[in-house]
Design a protein. Structure first.
Length: 494
């Protein structure tokens, strides 16, 4: 049972209320309430004057240790529904025997991201754009788990005798989990237009409401499992914290996003004012655009009275009966408090803060055909966490996404490399106000070893035109002796 619980923890849970970055919906010109999360300057020159997000949610989980054998998420959901209806018995569902372990790697990791977006809106007109968003996010990250720890997870420390009486060393293992609410305000400005060139900058400032967090930094752990009842701890250097009573803390810290975008236009940019009745309400498409951004600069802060912290630095301890050691449920971190003169001091300087999953990103979007078919390439690189800080490291990715888009329909096919080495194929569809997608399409439709899952959706109300820009006067003509005004659409370029 312990193996099953740990395995499910590594796999993560597929939650529809709480992804990687929902790559299929990040770059569309009709969905700036999504693209703001990868580059705040992308709000400008949107193909909608006002994009109102009603609700959205997504969940992404991936790891390289634990998998569910020979399953797809569609088949699993179908079997669960059949069990609910009484058409199948519960013994047909996956059990502990269906959990597999990918042993043989040097290090293991697990990454999970969940989000809910509430009422949000982005206004884009002329040289200015602004947005306001409300949402909830959670992250869990486990990094640098050594291969022998993977064997202990699969078989149990006392029972896996093949790894007994061997000296091991763990260095720089990081575990962190974070849940928080967010109020994000964004602004973008076109600061230079020259010939067919447009230069745009954007900023987002977030107010965080911290809810719960857990973190551990294992700087050094040298040990030897002598047998099923004795473990020798040669050197232990670690810091850990957790929130004792999760609650909404409105002093949860601040965050910052910065972005820049350059656009090469097909037409003249100097007199172009998107989504504006100024200069004739016309739309000038871009040939390509290049964006650079830094996202999630900052930390989530908890009240010092709401956390438990333990800092350990001791050596040469014989841990007898480790397998049956009772842990204090009120404070599981005080397991070795008798070995520390001051357990409240460690290497982490501000234990009530957990750093956000800061990352840098570069985006390239090319208009292949008629402002309908685009190809996007995006790189996301998570930044390392300082040694004396708790934090989440964002997963790395490299993606290429062909995209067909109109006001009423959009289809994207993101092809990505998670952590630059694990290939993924996704699919995202938008029909009118509803978008739904996944970055891991294969795990849904094809039976294979499931290392994770991903799904997301958004429900929006996009208002395409400025109220004064639904049509513009083309001229006055006479018909049957009567004068009338003839209107044409705002889009001069289709």
């Amino acid at each position: 049972m312990t193996k099953f619980i740990v395995s499910i923890a590594f796999l993560g849970s597929l939650s529809f209320i709480f992804g990687q970055n929902a790559l299929g919906t990040l770059h569309g010109n009709y969905t700036p309430t999504n693209s703001v999360y990868v580059n705040p300057s992308s709000l400008l020159d949107a193909k909608v004057w006002l994009d109102i997000n009603i609700v959205g949610a997504g969940s992404y989980t991936n790891n390289n240790l634990v998998y569910l054998e020979d399953q797809s998420w569609f088949s699993l959901l179908r079997e669960l529904n059949q069990v609910r209806k009484g058409e199948l018995t519960e013994d047909r569902l996956p059990s502990e025997n269906d959990i597999g372990f990918n042993q043989g790697r040097r290090f293991y990791h697990m990454y999970n991201r969940n989000f809910v977006t509430g009422p949000s809106a982005v206004w884009s007109q002329g040289d200015h754009a602004a947005g306001l968003a409300f949402g909830v996010r959670s992250y869990t990250s486990v990094r640098r788990v050594p291969s022998y720890v993977g064997h202990f997870i699969e078989s149990g420390v006392p029972d896996f005798t093949q790894q007994h009486d061997i000296d091991y060393s763990v260095e720089n293992l990081r575990v962190a989990s974070l849940q928080f609410g967010e109020i994000k305000g964004s602004y973008a400005y076109t600061f230079l237009k020259r010939r067919r060139d447009m230069f745009m900058g954007g900023i987002s400032i977030s107010k965080f409401i911290s809810v719960a967090g857990t973190a551990a930094n294992v700087y050094q752990l040298d040990f030897n499992v002598d047998n099923d009842s004795l473990a020798l701890l040669y050197d232990v250097q670690t810091d850990a914290m957790y929130t004792t009573n999760p609650r909404m803390n409105w002093k949860g810290g601040m965050g910052l996003d910065l972005g820049f975008t350059y656009q090469k236009m097909i037409g003249e940019a100097g007199t172009y004012f998107p989504n504006s009745p100024k200069m004739g309400c016309r739309n000038v498409p871009y040939l390509y655009k290049l964006g650079l951004s830094v996202i999630d600069i900052g930390s989530i802060k908890f009240d010092s009275d709401d956390i438990q912290f333990a800092g350990y630095d001791f050596d040469n301890y014989s841990w007898e009966q480790y397998a049956s050691e009772e842990v204090d449920e009120d404070n599981p971190l005080n397991l070795f408090d008798a070995l520390e003169a001051n357990i409240n001091e460690g290497q982490v300087r501000k234990p009530n803060k957990i750093r956000l999953p800061t990352y840098i990103s570069a985006q390239f979007d090319y208009n292949v055909w008629a402002s309908r078919f685009f190809v996007n390439a995006t790189m996301i690189q998570g930044l390392p966490i300082g040694k004396r800080k708790f934090g989440i490291r964002h997963a790395n990715s490299l993606s290429v996404t062909p995209r067909f888009e109109t006001y009423w329909f959009e289809a994207s096919l993101p092809i990505s490399l998670y952590e630059y080495q694990y290939p993924q194929l996704g699919l995202s569809l938008r029909l009118g106000p509803l978008s739904i997608g996944t970055d891991k399409l294969g795990h849904w439709i094809k039976r294979s070893n499931l290392y994770g899952a991903d799904i997301y959706f958004h429900l929006k109300i996009p208002l395409r035109y400025h109220p004064k820009c639904r049509g513009r006067v083309k001229g006055i003509k006479s018909k049957n002796g009567q004068r009338y005004k003839r209107y044409v659409p705002c889009d001069a370029y289709g």
